[in-house]
Design a protein around this ligand. Structure first.
Ligand SMILES: Cc1cc2nc3c(=O)[nH]c(=O)nc-3n(C[C@H](O)[C@H](O)[C@H](O)COP(=O)(O)OP(=O)(O)OC[C@H]3O[C@@H](n4cnc5c(N)ncnc54)[C@H](O)[C@@H]3O)c2cc1C
Length: 436
């Protein structure tokens, strides 16, 4: 296993001390053993309907079976036995009724919540288990290329820093599995072009991270933990959805290797804030003459970063409707205090594409019918919230690509978008490789 980040016990984000992102390269939040999962909120979506298109590849029943099997592994390694979103069916009905009135769809999805601190503990136990079983793990090792001979993938080339100099190492293998995550989407795109790996251009989601007081979200937090709502607001009727809800959570910043700063959110199992945050995302696809969704979203992110002097920008919803920027001193006038202290007050609408902004405003108005108070003047919108999904690599139900010896897995394959679905796909990959 080759990993450009660190072992889980060495993954530390200096921001807890510095209070400000210092831009580690690579970022310890998203790289290292267990990838973006270790510092994630650890919300395991237990329905095949959430977390990506993997069920289209293997069938819904198979995907659900794999989720059940994978969930038992998480339980064996110490996950909480409690499942959120299933204990109050009558209240779920009431929420759904309001969603129907608002023209939104409520997706049922039981959730097992690991919590950020617990996720690190569980993934740490998995790391040790694998090492004890003889899995060799190379950390701080960046995979820079594939070894290709006559259209067959024979291994990988690694770049590793040894005593201050970068060494190139060749590793040969009969089966190479690329599982580089969302952060590896760019790199995989280059590989697809270079080695003619069959794929379809992926989508990108552009949106905002919304933060409100817990009082506003109290009911949905308690009944559902995560409200997965989907709408197609006028006039564009594009798909807009809620994503990654964090009751009592914290808004966070992630830095990409190309210096792009994007916003995210997470919540701890024990440490709680007064706020709930969630993402509102609009999907973007392109056809011709332009079909590079990642490049498009990157430009949106860069422009937003530029206006925020490299920091995440935050604006009050009411100010957006009034057509004015938010000033730092105005943030202190609200009930809701930003949980991302280094976010810069400004005007996110100066960088957000018109279509995405209109979609978000109209979706927030609809959400207000499901969650009264959601569209308040003081509701905070952070930007850029970008989700890059890789090119969707062409594969069959055996997870075989058109390049012999090469397999793709998880978010970088374009078929998954979440922890549980990526984990379940990993389990299937393991089973398939054992059959070889
Ligand atoms: C802050 C945050 C919170 C999240 N919260 C949730 C949540 O609550 N629930 C949920 O379902 N999902 C959540 N997600 C998404 C979830 O973490 C991902 O869907 C999941 O981790 C995907 O798994 P993966 O193995 O495909 O990729 P990753 O977990 O991203 O792992 C890919 C690994 O590959 C390594 N890598 C990349 N390129 C190279 C290279 N060239 N050479 C060597 N190594 C390389 C990276 O360092 C990384 O460790 C969250 C993500 C983030 C960032």
């Amino acid at each position: 296993m080759v990993e450009k980040g660190k072992a889980i016990e060495d993954r530390k984000c200096p921001k807890s001390q510095t209070r400000k992102c210092v831009g580690c390269k690579p970022c310890n939040i998203t790289t290292g053993f267990s990838g973006a999962g270790a510092f994630s909120d650890g919300k395991l979506s237990l329905s095949y309907e959430v977390g990506g298109d993997f069920p289209q590849l293997v069938g819904a029943d198979m995907a659900q079976e794999l989720i059940g099997y994978t969930d038992r592994i998480y339980l064996e390694f110490g996950a909480d036995t409690r499942i959120e979103g299933v204990s109050e069916p009558l209240k779920v009905r009431e929420i759904r009724k309001r969603a129907i009135h608002a023209g939104l769809k409520l997706v049922d999805c039981p959730i097992r919540h690991l919590g950020t601190e617990k996720a690190q503990h569980i993934y740490g136990a998995i790391e040790r288990y694998l090492q004890e079983k003889g899995v060799e793990m190379l950390f701080d090792s960046h995979c820079s290329d594939l070894i290709m001979e006559e259209d067959v993938c024979k291994g990988v080339i690694l770049s590793k820093s040894v005593n201050g100099t970068t060494q190139q190492l060749r590793y040969e293998a009969p089966h190479v599995v690329v599982a580089a995550g969302r952060r590896g989407a760019d790199w995989l795109q280059t590989l697809c072009a270079k080695y003619e790996i069959a794929h379809k251009p992926g989508t990108v989601d552009i949106g905002v991270r919304v933060e409100v007081r817990n009082e506003i979200m109290e009911e949905v937090n308690k009944v559902l933990y995560e409200s997965k709502l989907i709408g197609y607001p006028r006039p564009f009727k594009n798909k807009v959805r809620t994503f990654c809800q964090n009751p009592g959570g914290f808004v966070s910043q992630e830095n990409y290797d190309n210096d792009l700063a994007v916003v995210n959110g997470h919540s701890y199992k024990d440490l709680k804030s007064d706020n709930t945050n969630l993402a509102i995302l609009c999907s973007h696809n392109f056809t011709e003459p332009f079909n590079q969704p990642i490049a498009y979203a990157q430009k949106v992110g860069e422009l937003t970063n530029m206006l925020g002097a490299g920091q995440i920008m935050v604006q009050r919803y009411g100010d957006i409707l009034d057509g004015k920027r938010t000033w730092q001193k105005e943030l202190a006038q609200s009930n809701v205090r930003p949980t991302l202290p280094d976010a810069v007050a400004g005007d996110i609408t100066a960088a957000m594409p018109y279509r995405a902004m209109v979609n978000i405003i109209n979706f927030i108005q609809a959400m207000d019918q499901v969650v009264p108070g959601f569209a308040s003047t003081e509701t905070l919108l952070y930007s850029p919230e970008l989700k890059f999904y890789s090119n969707k690599v062409r594969m069959d139900e055996n997870l075989v690509t058109n390049v012999k010896g090469l397999y793709c897995l998880g978010d970088s394959s374009g078929w998954t978008r979440g922890l549980m679905m990526a984990s379940a796909m990993g389990v299937l990959m393991g089973r398939k490789l054992l059959e070889k």
